[in-house]
Design a protein around this ligand. Sequence first.
Ligand code: B12
Length: 233
Amino acid sequence: MADDDDEIILSELDDEELVAQMFDDLYDGMKEEIEEGTRILLDRGWQPYDVLTQALVGGMTVVGRDFRDGILFVPEVLLAANAMKGGMAILKPLLAETGAPRMGKMVIGTVKGDIHDIGKNLVSMMMEGAGFEVVDLGINNAVEKYLEALETEKPDILGMSALLTTTMPYMKVVIDTMKEQGIRDDYIVLVGGAPLNEEFGKAIGADAYCRDAAVAVETAKQFVARRHNQPNA
Ligand code: B12
């Protein structure tokens, strides 16, 4: 608050102190402060990707730990998520404006029953930054929504996100339905989300599990390149 004597002036902190303060501000759901901190780091010459991973994702890791341990509850985490989105909105155009050549198209969405979207949004942003066109279906997607989007958008890649152990099996429902309809191999299927791992990705028949957005970009590039090298692809 402006009349608070103890107010911390973010721009007077050095980089390390500022990132630590941003962890606290994210924890406390202070969106404006997160936006200001994001801008300051950018003004100091930080790469957008470093601001994203070191200040924002780093801060969210602390929130996630305390949520798991029962120290934070849903309303607080929601505020933290909202603050994080404020920072991400500033970074989005910067990550997207790399001028990378068009790499391919991805349809992405969080699966049915699941409303977590920060990780998915981050993957979308990074994919766009790497030159992919991204169609984001949002959260809580039933198999019909995915199939409809595959038909209308004709992407190279289908991406599915799940953050709950109760919703991750739904990815298999989508892949199995694609198999039934004989369209599974028409797409590269990438899956991600904190509770998943490589074995799970294999077990449900995805092409790959990606542990973070950077891996998602690299994996997508490799698969698309491989696909384009096939004579009849
Ligand atoms: C923020 C958050 C929320 C917010 C979500 C806000 C939002 N708009 O997303 C709110 C408060 C709404 C929420 C609600 C709930 N949550 Co919650 N939440 C989290 C938290 C703290 C952080 C998730 C996050 O955003 N991480 C940051 C992002 C950047 O990381 P990420 O999502 O993992 O994404 C990265 C990778 O996984 C990967 N990736 C992700 N998706 C994809 C997709 C593709 C295609 C690819 C390639 C890669 C990829 O790349 C991303 C970027 O690097 C996690 C804790 C955790 N450790 O994950 C719990 C957590 C996921 N939630 C949990 C729970 C239990 C819930 C609730 C059931 C709580 C409740 N009792 O109501 C509800 C469920 C609501 C629902 N139906 O979905 C549990 C899940 C436990 C489990 N084993 O299933 C966790 C693990 C917390 C815990 N330890 O208890 N939550």
